[in-house]
Design a protein around this ligand. Structure first.
Ligand SMILES: Cc1ncc(COP(=O)(O)O)c(C=O)c1O
Length: 345
């Protein structure tokens, strides 16, 4: 058996706990596509993964929490920004599996309205019964997670730590599986898939998609639109979980190192969590032409990236079928009501 077949088998054998509604659909964005000469835009609906309003973390948590259960963990610990979608999905999954949950929430996004800290994801975290601990922005997330974990161990509990965004090797492998799922769906549609555009934050989603592309020998391009880090750091954040995931599957490391990671860091704007004009424009365009909800932190910026890349003729003559990978997050819209009235849009 060659390494590819071996790796696909190993991927299939990874234990999971069912949390999501999978596979998620692929929709054709026909009304958007008619505005964009020559391209057909598709969307992978990972905003519809089903767990507590959905999103990309459901897939990662199917793998990570199976590991937690195998290790007989009792309480899950993770961290993120106050309006983190990752944290909300961890809280929901923990509730569903009867596990305790402690969330370290960082106040990293300045100058928000009074809504930011009370509605959207924060409100849902409270409903799921998670213990929420708030930290000022200067705290280090890893340090806080370790400190919380030590405290829980001292109390005789068995914690399971999930890094920011669930982006370790195991979390990334969930997205290698997701990539294979999407490729099968395009095969069934009898359509070629030329390129994928997806938001990139903690890096695990792009890492996993790239691993899936390596396993299937798919020749297209995956572009991660960074929502927080400039290129060099964003690429490092993808490479680490990608290498960890590859090791798990026995994929030759040199093959991984040879695969380019394409990150576009032009759409971050002032910083993580701060909407930009082109992000708000993309949110309004998709809402008004397709009835599709994006979000102001991740998918709005990624869609702004996709539209700009199309404008710039980045994809070339033969790349006509473009997939926007919707990673969820629209619940956070409630924390940003000001975008509706942005005058410059
Ligand atoms: C809606 C949404 N999209 C994209 C991402 C980024 O995924 P990753 O952290 O795997 O890069 C996140 C991460 O929290 C998210 O919540």
């Amino acid at each position: 058996m060659d390494w590819r077949a071996g790796a696909v088998n190993a991927l299939r054998e990874i234990k999971r706990v069912k949390l999501g509604h999978l596979p998620t659909p692929i929709d054709s964005l026909d009304r958007l596509s008619t505005r964009i000469d020559g391209y057909r835009i598709w969307v992978k609906r990972d905003d519809c993964t089903g767990l507590a309003t959905g999103g990309n973390k459901t897939r990662k948590l199917e793998f990570l929490l199976a590991d937690a259960l195998a290790k007989k963990a009792e309480i899950v610990v993770t961290s993120g920004a106050i309006q983190s979608n990752h944290v909300r999905q961890v809280a929901a999954a923990s509730a569903r599996l009867g596990l305790g949950c402690v969330l370290a929430l960082f106040d990293v996004v300045p100058d928000r309205t009074e809504f930011y800290g009370v509605v959207g994801n924060v409100l849902l975290d409270r409903l799921f019964g998670a213990e929420m601990r708030f930290f000022p922005e200067l705290e280090n997330p890893d340090f806080s997670l370790d400190a919380i974990s030590s405290e829980l161990i001292a109390e005789g509990k068995r914690p399971y730590l999930i890094p920011v965004g669930g982006s370790n090797g195991l979390g990334a492998l969930a997205y290698a599986t997701a990539f294979l799922e999407a490729l099968e769906q395009f095969k069934a549609l009898r359509e070629p898939l030329h390129a994928i555009v997806v938001p990139s934050g903690s890096g695990g989603t792009v890492a996993g998609l790239l691993l899936g592309a390596i396993l299937s020998g798919w020749p297209g391009k995956i572009i991660g639109v960074s929502v927080s880090d400039k290129n060099e750091r964003a690429i490092e954040k993808v490479r680490r979980p990608q290498l960890e995931g590859a090791e798990f599957l026995n994929v030759p490391i040199e093959i991984v190192n040879q695969t380019a990671i394409f990150i576009d860091d032009r759409f971050i704007g002032p910083d993580y969590g701060i909407p930009t004009a082109e992000c708000v424009r993309a949110i309004k365009l998709l809402a008004s032409t397709e009835g599709l909800l994006l979000d102001p932190v991740y998918t709005g910026k990624a869609m702004a990236g996709l539209l700009a890349l199309i404008d710039e003729r980045y994809f070339g003559e033969d790349a006509r079928n473009l997939l926007f990978w919707h990673t969820g997050g629209s619940v956070a819209l409630h924390g940003y009501p000001e975008i509706v009235d942005w005058e410059q849009i």
